[in-house]
Design a protein around this ligand. Structure first.
Ligand code: FES
Length: 105
């Protein structure tokens, strides 16, 4: 089963091959924002794929369009709700500027 390490929490989980990346995180109490409920209609589930990027399927035009709206975009950015896990991965959940307004951050 593929392993996914989430940063910056440094939490590793194992999931069945083909699991949706956003679902994998949420099912394991790893918080990734998902304002549109995983429908590729926002950019809040933006993650940076530090390992395993090439294993992901090609981005759809919709994902590309939504990703353009994300903060802290990199060339290894994806929307978690649009990714299926097929190999070991390292996923960095970037901070959002809005988080800085939260006293608990
Ligand atoms: S949750 Fe909105 S695009 Fe992924």
């Amino acid at each position: 089963m593929p392993k996914i390490k989430f940063l910056p929490a440094d939490k590793e989980i194992e999931v069945a091959e083909g699991t949706n990346l956003l679902d994998a995180a949420l099912d394991n109490n790893i918080q990734i924002d998902h304002n549109c409920g995983g429908n590729c209609a926002c950019s809040t589930c933006h993650v940076v794929v530090e390992k395993g990027f090439d294993s992901l399927g090609e981005m759809t035009e919709d994902e590309e369009d939504m990703l353009d709206e994300a903060e802290n975009l990199t060339d290894q950015s994806r929307l978690a709700c649009q990714c299926k896990v097929v190999t070991d991965m390292v996923i960095n959940i970037p901070p959002k500027e809005s988080d800085w307004e939260d006293d608990t951050f």
